[in-house]
Design a protein around this ligand. Sequence first.
Ligand code: ZN
Length: 101
Amino acid sequence: MGHKKICLNCKKAFSIYNNESKEINLTCPECKSKMVLVSHRFRPPKQTDTKQWDLAKYLITNGFAYQHIHEDYKYVQYPKTMEEAVEFVLKFKSQAYIIKE
Ligand SMILES: [Zn+2]
């Protein structure tokens, strides 16, 4: 599975290529803050779309880095609004990733 690294501060996503060394550098080249790893399925919103970035940040910090979430053996769609996201996080808590610092 591929990953992207994203800077929630700059609202930018960076692809990670296979030829990159095993140590993934998570320091943002622009603001120097620590980036987070998310699934390649994450579609970065436009930089100006702060609502969608707030939603992404909320999901990621709650352990939902766009990995597959399933219910009744089916994959669940990720929420599109903050309201849905709050419910989603509660409902699928047991499938959240534990974020390693
Ligand atoms: Zn940054």
